[in-house]
Design a protein around this ligand. Structure first.
Ligand SMILES: *Cc1c(COP(=O)(O)O)cnc(C)c1O
Length: 394
């Protein structure tokens, strides 16, 4: 059996054709394909505006700058996420405060968030960054209510969840990144995510003011709206009004992203099928904890099982070319964040999850026989003899 990774991009001939056409056109960096990609992406998630940027981390950076954190301003996020969800806070001179996850959903626990907000004077916390971890949508309606009570903004880190949704209190479907409850939402087009563009990111929002600010920040803080220029020296004149960055996406990447976006729904449907098979085959053996059951609206960026023999199973599967992975090492235990006083024992649910979690291969082109092979190997590992050998060898 060839190597089976935990995630993999799928590049079709149509994708290649789209990129080649762009290469032969007039634009390489930001041009008409970026605008087209933004429009198509906004339509896909159901937001009014979308701003394409160079990657998901750049998207987070611009979001904390646009919403404002201020020196020492505190922002709450989950310890079970990629480090970028937290790093965007110190980028904007703020301080990250972690709160534990809900062991059932693996998502930032709103009860813990509320405790933090309640215990501090109003204004201490500037914002909350919930993460649609593994592709499961956060209940942002509940977060909006809480955030409004404490004058906090919300950035939804939806990198795992384009196409995912939750059902709100009125029974309506709320797509991740639709701008209905969060001030801003961000996505990544890293090859391991649902939509691959090589590198790439997107910010979505329904707020026109934030949208305009993001456009300026993406290109050095140069005012993109001619009507908002303070001066005018002639046709060449451009005006930098604040400190921004070069976080532009290229037309080459956008052509690929656009082409991939056309297959996004198909990809999610396949991911849900794969999840169903894992669930049916593994639930009786006790691997399925928390969110890995059948959850409506889940986009299954990752399929996570939990087992007490995680390290042995990880090593075993890797040794036979099944490249499973662990998502994630808790962010608060990273040496950088330990410097701020975070330590083991701070978040029992997150730390317990980390001890046991394992991400199984999950991508739309995973073949039936490959998934069957993965399941067969997990089962044979746990057939007693093998497990004993493995435990003995450790
Ligand atoms: C991938 C990812 C990011 C960062 O995206 P990049 O495009 O790699 O910069 C941020 N948050 C989460 C949850 C991610 O999975």
């Amino acid at each position: 059996m060839n190597k089976i990774p935990y995630g993999r991009q799928n590049i079709t001939d149509e994708d290649v054709q789209a990129v080649v056409e762009t290469l032969k056109g007039d634009w390489l960096t930001q041009g008409p394909k970026v605008a087209e990609f933004e429009l198509a992406f906004a339509n896909y998630v159901g937001s009014r505006y979308a701003v394409a940027v160079s990657n998901g981390t750049a998207a987070l950076h611009l979001c904390t700058l646009a919403l404002g954190v201020g020196k020492g301003g505190k922002v709450i996020t989950s310890p079970i996420t990629f480090a970028a969800s937290a790093n965007c806070v110190p980028y904007a001179d703020g301080e990250v405060v972690f709160a534990d996850i809900d062991p059932e959903t693996y998502l930032l626990d709103i009860v813990e968030v509320e405790k933090l907000l309640k215990a501090a004077p109003k204004g201490t916390y500037k914002g909350i960054i919930p993460v649609d971890f593994a592709g499961r949508a956060v209940d942002l309606e509940a977060y909006r209510k809480l955030a409004d009570q404490y004058d906090c903004w919300i950035i939804e880190d939806a990198c795992h969840a384009p196409g995912a949704y939750f059902i709100d209190s009125k029974g309506a479907q709320q797509n991740c990144g639709n701008g209905e409850f969060a001030d801003l939402a961000i996505f990544s087009f890293h090859p391991v995510k649902h939509i691959a563009a090589g590198e790439g990111g997107m910010i979505t929002t329904n707020d026109e003011g934030l949208y305009r600010k993001l456009l300026n920040l993406r290109t050095h803080g140069i005012q993109q709206d001619p009507a908002k220029k303070i001066d005018d020296h002639g046709g060449w004149y451009y005006e930098m009004q604040e400190l921004g960055f070069n976080y532009r996406l290229t037309d080459i990447q956008s052509a690929l992203g656009l082409s991939q976006l056309k297959r996004a729904e198909l990809g999610i449907a396949t991911r849900r099928e794969i999840a169903k098979t894992y669930y049916q085959e593994l639930k009786d053996a006790g691997f399925i904890k928390g969110q890995s059951g059948i959850v409506p609206g889940h986009a299954y960026h990752l399929y996570v099982i939990e087992t007490e023999n995680r390290k042995e199973l990880f090593n075993y599967l890797r040794s036979i070319n099944i490249i499973v992975q662990v998502h994630y090492v808790p962010v608060h235990l990273m040496p950088y964040y330990r410097e701020f006083g975070w330590k083991e024992g701070d978040f029992p649910h997150a730390e317990n999850y980390y001890k046991n979690c394992l991400s199984l291969p999950m991508f739309p082109t995973l073949k039936h026989e490959e998934q069957a092979y993965v399941l067969e190997k997990i089962n044979s590992f746990y057939s007693e003899e093998l497990l004993e050998v493995k435990l003995f060898n450790k």
